[in-house]
Write a protein that binds this ligand. Structure first.
Ligand SMILES: [Mg+2]
Length: 229
């Protein structure tokens, strides 16, 4: 049996800046100022890491982890409205078909999330597209800044939920950035990198040493064969 761990932003969904706008609104509400970002990239970053970077660059004092706990409910309140008010939101090409077809083969494939989003935020995002039921478990950015720890959480919760072990060589991480690939590589997992996130091209992703790189996830039958390999 194969375990397939999906990233969300840029891999499953395109939210056209809705995350960032909710993030900024919550940050302003909590601190009364816009975060200083100085070119900080959010692509493939975990929520706590983005928060810590914003917190530090803005020159705020105190325990950022404590403030992150205060930030979370504000962000979660802002997120659904931000998504709803964003015109160009969509699932990336092929994603829905792929997920549905994998879910039709429950003896072959187990699905999980592996995302830097805090869990409640992740649920809002894929819930907007009706996909929560496909992903009963996952690893999230509630505690960990580092992606391989999130992926480890995803594997551990999958073992508990599906009631069986998954071999690393039978576990695929599907993501759109070098961070997904490198996190998976640290755990000896297989990687499918997809260039739908807008920041990393096929060529850039190939340089990460991903096992497979695709323009998008539209070749459903072919991808299912790949996961079986
Ligand atoms: Mg991503």
């Amino acid at each position: 049996m194969r375990l397939l761990i999906f990233d969300i932003d840029g891999t499953i969904t395109h939210l056209d800046g809705a995350t960032r706008r909710a993030y900024w609104r919550a940050f302003r509400e909590l601190f009364g100022t816009d975060p200083v970002v100085d070119g900080l990239s959010m692509h493939g970053r975990t929520d706590p890491l983005i928060f810590r970077e914003c917190f530090t660059r803005t020159g705020l004092s105190g325990d950022w982890r404590e403030k992150y706990q205060s930030f979370k409910p504000l962000y979660l309140e802002a997120l659904p409205e931000s998504i709803k008010n964003t015109e160009r939101t969509f699932l990336h090409v092929g994603v829905k078909d792929l997920i549905e077809q994998l879910a039709e083969k429950p003896t072959e494939f187990a699905l999980a999330l592996g995302t830097g989003n805090m869990e409640a935020g992740a649920r809002v995002k894929i819930g907007y597209f009706g996909l929560n039921a496909f992903f009963p478990v996952g690893g999230f950015g509630d505690e960990h800044e580092e992606r391989h720890l999130i992926l480890q959480d995803s594997m551990d919760s999958s073992v508990r939920f599906y009631g069986r072990e998954f071999r690393p060589e039978h576990t695929w991480v599907i993501g759109d950035t070098e961070h997904d690939v490198h996190g998976a590589q640290k755990l000896g997992l297989r990687t499918l990198a997809v260039a739908t996130g807008g920041k990393y091209s096929v060529e850039m992703l190939a340089e990460t040493g991903a096992d497979e790189v695709r323009e998008d996830l539209s070749a459903t039958a072919d991808l299912i064969e790949l996961f079986r390999s």
